[in-house]
Design a binder for this molecule. Sequence first.
Ligand code: AMP
Length: 398
Amino acid sequence: MTANAMTTNNRDRAILPGATLGVLGSGQLGRMFATAAARLGYRVHVFSPDSQSPTGQVAPQETVADYGDSDAIAKFAKAVDVVTFEFENVPALATEVASRYTPVRPSGQVLFTTQDRLREKRFLQSIGIPCTPFASVTTAEELQAAVPQIGAPAVLKTAAWGYDGKGQAKFNSPEEAAGAWKQLDEQPAVCEGWVDYQCELSVLVARSTTGEIAIYGPIANHHENHILDVSIFPAPELDPVAAEAGEIGRTIVESLEVVGIVCVEFFLTTEGRLLVNEIAPRPHNSGHLTIDACATSQFEQQVRAICGLPLGSTEPFSPSAMVNLLGEVWQSGEPDWQAAMSDPSVRLHLYGKAEARLGRKMGHLTVLAESGVEAARLARSARESLVSKAESGKWKAD
Ligand code: AMP
């Protein structure tokens, strides 16, 4: 498609099976997106700086180039019918260049807002969504002012590039605040009050080109060392806040005019209040169980939303749970796949990553069962069986 051919009309037209979907980023989210897109008859063209990537292994077309290479981005955008992403830290220039030639969904503006924790929290505040108490920290003076305002314990999080607890330093008393900021190399940060929560949860909200909305969740999430460990859906204990969480998600995607899918992560405080922790404008680890447990997975929903197709049902067929498989599972050798899969209810998903490193997401297991609690028990047990029977082998270090 040429730039001249990109009239408003054909930007609004549905993108039908047979078309080529461009994805920026090449991790496991892109891999599962490409698999869902292929099932619907689309082709996927992936763009990222990495070769042999989880997405590149399954996408029929691949461009390996830097996100800052505007010529490569332009060539890629001209070769696809729409661009989406699975990785939100794409430079604004890349989405700006791509949008000259083809629709970018969600838009660069959505990326811009959610790439930076401070911008994201200010946006949430501006639309009246409750989030964790926060203050901006870019100088020693701002840190000094933030500490009495936020109190302790609190956590400093780098404004940009944070995920899975990376770029975070907790402090328990005001005296420790300066040391915590030093740990982050005094980068621009958000100082956030430490939340005394009863649980963490997420909703996934898809919004299509027509404004149609579909909501999954809430999904109950358990983290270990700041990394998602187990997700359960549905989680009946979240029923009292389900409608409110869904409405918050809807308000966010409508205010941002998202076309695509967004994950909103929350804390449910011990007093029963919902506070938004963060938002991600793409499918999310906590939604992986939708592949096996729902009529429409979060990845298929992303395809439908960006292509302007009607959205699919988000209803689960059955309660389910997902456990992550981090690099630790490989620590004593090749995991015992047969042991885990001897329970026929266990579904294995591996991301095609060659190197198992500590904390690296290598795959996940999903189990469908009578209840979410039972599914989580079976999924955890299957994960344990991967390790306990593993032959001893050499741990691959970084
Ligand atoms: P994040 O990268 O902000 O999603 O943080 C990762 C995890 O760290 C969260 O899912 C929580 O388990 C924990 N965490 C982050 N911020 C806070 C906070 N303000 N209070 C309590 N726990 C937090």
